[in-house]
Every structure is written in C-alpha cells, then in structure tokens.
Design a protein. Sequence first.
Length: 298
Amino acid sequence: MKIPASALAIMVPLLAMATLSPQSAFAVSLPTRQCADQPMDLAIPMLSAVPELSKLETMRMQQETGFTPIQPTAYPADVTAPFAPKSCAFVGVAAVAVSPDLIPQPPQPPLAMTDRPDVFGSIALPVSHTPLDAKWRVASNARLSHLGPWSSLIRSSSQINRTEQLQAVNQWVNARVRFTDDRRSNRSADRWSGASETLRRSRGDCEDYAIAKMKLLEVIGISRADMYLVITKDLVRRADHALLVVKVDQRFMVLDNGTDQMLDAQEVSDYRPIFSYGANGAWIHGYAEKPVRLASAF
C-alpha cells in the first residue's frame, strides 16, 4: 500500500482551517514532522521516556511469538531534562509552554456514533474526490459470488451473530491469503484487486485483504453502509497501510491483516488515518487539537 504524493495536494487547502474556536484547533493528518516538535531546553521534571507497547503491537507479538511482552512502567524522574512540548507560545515578557498531555483532563464521554468513520481519534470530513477513487470503484464494484472456496464460510456464518461473523471472516482471510507487495511481485504500481481474484489467487497486499473481507461480509448480509476501507499511516512500522473498519453496536471494530484478533478502534493508537472509503462516499481525516495552557511570568 502506497499513498501517492498527489494526495497531499488535497490536504494542503484544509490547513487554512487552523482555528475553529478559542478553545480548539484542527490539524489535517499529514505524514510530515511539524516544527512545533523541535526540542526546547526547559528544565522541568518529566516521566521516564521508556516507550510503552500499544495494544495492537502487543497482540501482534503474541500472535507471532507466543509470548506476552512485559510493559515498561513509567515513573517520576528526580532529575531535570530537556522536554519537547507539542506546542509553544509566548505571553508578555516571558512564558512557559505547557504540554497538553501534562495537564489533567476530565474523563471524556464515549464518542457519539455517526455516519462518518471517525476512527482512531480522528474527525472524518467528506470529500468529493481523492487520488484513489478509480482504484476504489473498480475493487468495490467487483461482485463476489456465493460459490467458491469461501462457500462453507458463508454457510456457517449464517448461524452466528455479527461480532462472530466479523471474527470468522477476519481469521479466514488472514489464514488463506499470503501477503504479497504488488510492486515487488508484479514490478508494477500498486493495484487494488477484486475480492474474488484475491481469494482465488490466495495472495494480495493490505488493501486486498480489507476488500476481500468487506465483500465476504456483504455476501453474509452486513450492510455496505456499515463498512469502511481506511487508508492509514502505520506509526509503528512507518509505512502506509489499509484495513477494514465495521460499525457494530455503536462501536467501530478493526479487521486487520496484522492480527486475527479484532479491536475496538478507540483502543488503537498505532494508525493515523488519511482517507476512508465506503458506500456513502469518501472522507479525509483530521484531528481536533487540545488547547494549550500558558503560565506567564512577568
């Protein structure tokens, strides 16, 4: 999966939406480092900088190795060290920038379910065109027959509930399809295959897995309006990725070729969504930023 450079041309005009209100701001998801991330020599107490494995990465390690990794414990350090704030501003003669993550926040209520794929902490904005529209149309419009190596899966899935259907399809496709990068196997540009082609060849890359799962679930009886192909940036592996998200009981469930276990999208922090595609259109993703509080000194 490779996001074309032309995709950035669609995102850039949205950068004009810098401020929605005095208490909030909106940032479009761009795969670039921002200047506000540069470190500043502020001597303040900080927590141990030991990285913590995400829930998705822990599941991947369990599936691949059979072992459960031990999560590191963050503890207060008794020393001062350079700190990299997420944002900075100056008031009066002098000011101290305070990271929003260090300010206690009240518990956030669960997000209200909408017809938008607001997944992984993002806000989905409808768009009329993306650089991947043609690939999406071809793959999503390709029909999948009830007859094929997947026939027994379809029959058995008619007797179980929706969550179990998602689990069965996710595991079946992950086991049957072998990951193959289009650019390496075909020496050509990234290609989105129809579900029937992917399942009969038993190979494909990440969006082929997601599309195959979507079409199988559609045949089983799940509404197309409840399913989304989400194009993301994998923050752990630093690569483009695609996966299927399905709306179930006021939650978005993630079907990923990287793990046989389904996850609630609210529990996943490894991905930064770029585009999403579904029966009702296409979306680009952005984020509502936390307000920054400043402690001024005169």
